[in-house]
Design a protein around this ligand. Sequence first.
Ligand SMILES: [Zn+2]
Length: 217
Amino acid sequence: MMLYLIERYTNNKDTTTMKQRIKQLAQDTLDVIAYSVVGILTVIAVDKLEPHKAILEARDRIINLHHYKATFAKAKLIHAKLAKHSGMPHQIPGLKLHDSTMVNAFVTANDMYITQGMLDHAKSDAELAYVLGHEMGHTMLYHTTRPPNMKYTDSRIHEANVDKIAIYLMVRTGYNICNVGDVWKRLGDKYGHGAASDSHPSYLYRMHELTFPNCGG
Ligand SMILES: [Zn+2]
């Protein structure tokens, strides 16, 4: 495995610097260890000792890695289910994990990203489906491939339109839409409900837009 990794990184012809490549190699090596029996035993053993801070950090990284690998795998499954109902599954970009604590998801013409922060923020499969369905909506309405000469007001309209696509995809895929507004409620509780960027509607607007009276029968 080690030899494979070294070969993979020394043959890498892209523009990353040697320092970045070594850092990536170290991270990948840690990932391999984290998935081994040694990794699991280390997590257990470290709890019994009073180890150095660096060891504790390494332990936390192993736990983190397992956590995000599992939740990201779930997000990918939800992404695949929603994409099937988009009517354009082959144009929907694949999902990637973005290593950031920011609560965010975004899509370009080629890739869709969800942050670790968003994986922590979303409290249910339905909330994840809403977030991913929203990003799919940007692709389905050609916001990423035919970007208009965008004014901020247009951008806010796009965001509201795309939220409706997210709900459409959720209903078609069989997710419960009743409480998806909670995604914004919790963010609003944290950062203030009036908070809106120039390009996005306020949390309060989005929360109300995603409220469905008599939902669930
Ligand atoms: Zn959006």
